[in-house]
Design a protein around this ligand. Structure first.
Ligand SMILES: [Zn+2]
Length: 522
């Protein structure tokens, strides 16, 4: 579905809020949530109006264990449903009576969640990602991974009306369209008609700052102790939105919010990022992690990964954020960045059995060394091979062709092949499927002098799997350094270079342009 038709779809809903069916949006299911949060009781009660596809006879929904469906309404009657216990979740099956008239059902649900203290002890035990929901005085953290609302399919469009005790504010995907406050409650309405792969509900006692930049609402939701950091975060957000809109394609959402979390997290959700207090206060975060999380709005949060086919989004986000920031600083920064990625790979993943296509999530240092470090180096080599102009065109093509769809490495390959006009089968094949990487050694360097020229010859050997490489070589000569890039295709490559002055030494890829296993000396 194009953005244009999606806009029309949204308008249709806004004009006809109560007859808005047409449940399917490229596979997205429409939820209309009403949720009331009880902070003291650490619980929620809610209803979810779910649009049915024509001809639905049965609907299966997933809700976390510890939550329950209390009633299902369809039309004017209650509908029967069955509950089956799964591992950490419940599967609710609703029987829909035959007939064409029933276009939506309303599911009543409630649940009680863990306290912030319980979650903190999980973090102390080393749990990287808190999947279950948390409610406490400190705030509310209900990620879609907790199945806090009845979920059915991976893509969702939604509206949600959230009721919280006075003093709290909510943050969700989408745009805040209404906020009403009385003596005891805050009622907020969120809408997102672009598909998301789950709905998150966050809340806290926030001091909210809002700005607008080229039609995008920019917010900070910070605890009052950190409110003075707001301006910096808002200004940096504007810069990133401009940078990435230019580099990749228009920012896909109507708002972006930087949200403080009472847990020490660094999560990027569609249209907001959730950063722990200890993270937000670090002075370098606006120049580093903030940009990384904003780049995820393109990679991962609007072009979605298909986890069965591998997670490419960390590699591409690391390239578009962390690596480009270092490149922009100039000097030796980009080279140091590449060297650090290769060293970290050697330290944590040299013997790893994980190939880049098998990288799924960043649960270990080893998997991060593959998904982020090897991944960013693969994009660096791709850029060197096809040239900067084709590389930038490839990024834009990949985004335009895959926004609000699931995409795989094959889609990335297709975009860069179209941009470069060349087949890149060999490139993606060797870098995605193989574990490890090439380890290069230099052998048999010799020089002969003829007609005032110096002919240097040497051999580059690769142990194990032979890779095709564009290998930069630096030859130090009596009159200064000379650079040559050799195209290597085999395990043992005989190379020669003709020089004007006497060669003194040879270094293979001294600027760390290739993904490779560093020698111990490096
Ligand atoms: Zn990331």
């Amino acid at each position: 579905m194009t953005l244009k038709t999606m806009a029309a779809f949204a308008l249709f809903f806004l004009l006809f809020p109560f007859i808005c069916f047409g449940a399917e949006l490229d596979g997205a299911l429409r939820h209309s949530l009403q949720v009331k949060v009880d902070i003291q009781g650490r619980s929620i009660t809610g209803t979810d109006r779910i649009a049915l596809e024509k001809g639905t006879s049965e609907l299966s929904l997933i809700l976390r264990s510890g939550s329950e469906v209390t009633r299902v309404e369809g039309g004017s009657a209650d509908l029967p449903f069955e509950t089956r216990e799964g591992r950490g979740f419940r599967e609710i099956t609703v029987k829909v009576p035959p007939g064409d008239m029933l276009r939506e059902i309303t599911v009543h649900f409630r649940g009680t969640f863990q306290s912030p203290k319980e979650a903190e002890s999980q973090i102390k035990r080393g749990v990287a990602y808190i999947e279950d929901g948390i409610i406490g005085e400190e705030g509310v953290f209900l990620p879609s991974s907790s199945f806090w609302y009845p979920q059915n399919r991976d893509f969702t469009v939604f509206e949600a009306v959230v009721t919280l005790p006075a003093g709290y504010s909510s943050v969700m995907e989408g745009e805040l369209t209404d906020r009403r406050i009385d003596a005891s409650t805050v009622v907020e309405r969120w809408i997102e008609w672009k598909p998301v792969d789950g709905i998150d509900l966050i809340a806290g006692r926030y001091k909210i700052e809002k700005d607008t930049h080229k039609g995008v609402d920019i917010y900070t939701y910070f605890f009052k102790e950190d409110a003075s950091l707001s301006r910096t975060y808002i200004d940096k957000t504007k810069e990133y939105l401009d940078t990435y809109s230019e580099l990749l394609g228009p920012y896909p959402f109507g708002k972006f919010a930087v949200v403080e979390n009472f847990l020490p997290t660094g999560y990027g959700m569609p249209s907001f990022t959730l950063l722990g207090s200890s993270v937000i206060r670090l002075p370098f975060i606006p120049d580093t992690s903030l940009g990384h999380e904003i780049a995820h709005n393109w990679w991962g949060n609007s072009v979605f990964i298909d986890s069965s086919l591998g997670n490419w989004s960390e590699a591409l986000t690391t390239y578009t954020a962390d690596y480009l920031f270092e490149k922009k600083k100039g000097g030796d920064k980009a080279r140091e960045f590449r060297a650090a990625k290769l060293r970290s790979y050697k330290n944590f993943a040299e013997e790893s059995p994980i190939s880049l296509k098998d990288f799924r999530d960043s649960t270990s240092t080893e998997s991060r060394a593959v998904g982020y470090n090897k991944g960013v180096m693969v994009f660096n080599m791709l850029e060197a091979h096809i040239g900067e102009a084709a590389f930038r065109d490839g990024l834009k093509r990949f985004y335009a062709a895959n926004a609000f769809k699931r995409a795989s490495w094959a889609d990335i390959q297709a975009a860069f092949e179209a941009a470069s006009g060349s087949s890149l089968d060999w490139f993606f094949d060797q870098w995605l499927k193989n574990t490890g990487g090439p380890a290069l050694t230099l052998a048999d360097a010799q020089t002969i002098e003829a007609d005032g020229k110096h002919i240097v010859s040497f051999r580059v050997e690769q142990a194990g799997t032979a890779y095709a490489l564009d290998l930069p070589v630096r030859i130090e000569t009596a009159s200064g350094p000379v650079w040559r890039t050799f195209s290597i295709k085999s395990a043992s490559a005989e190379l020669t270079a003709e020089l004007d002055s006497k060669p003194l030494s040879i270094e293979l890829d001294p600027d760390y342009q290739n993904f490779r296993i560093l020698s111990d000396a490096e």
